[in-house]
Design a protein around this ligand. Structure first.
Ligand code: FES
Length: 80
């Protein structure tokens, strides 16, 4: 099971969806009792704004993450 999420908090990613994505992630971790097991941290702009909103889970990069795809990504990473 994955144990680390890094979400880009740069202004482009944040404005284009990571603000909402962050809320979805924190809620997901809470609901699945993962908030103590999974480290969630923010990143500065990683110069991939055009592909954003960006986040990584255990080093795997995800781009253009929106509310529709995020839960699927989280399910894949954390439901094993
Ligand atoms: S703001 Fe996220 S890559 Fe630039």
């Amino acid at each position: 099971m994955a144990n680390k999420i890094q979400i880009c908090m740069g202004s482009s990613c944040f404005a284009r969806g990571n603000s909402k994505n962050l809320q979805i992630i924190t809620q997901y971790l809470k609901e699945h009792n993962l908030d103590v097991k999974v480290e969630l941290s923010g990143l500065r702009c990683c110069n991939m704004c055009a592909k954003g909103p960006n986040l990584t889970i255990d080093g795997v990069e995800y781009h253009n993450v929106d509310a529709g795809t995020l839960v699927d990504i989280l399910d894949k990473a954390f439901k094993e």
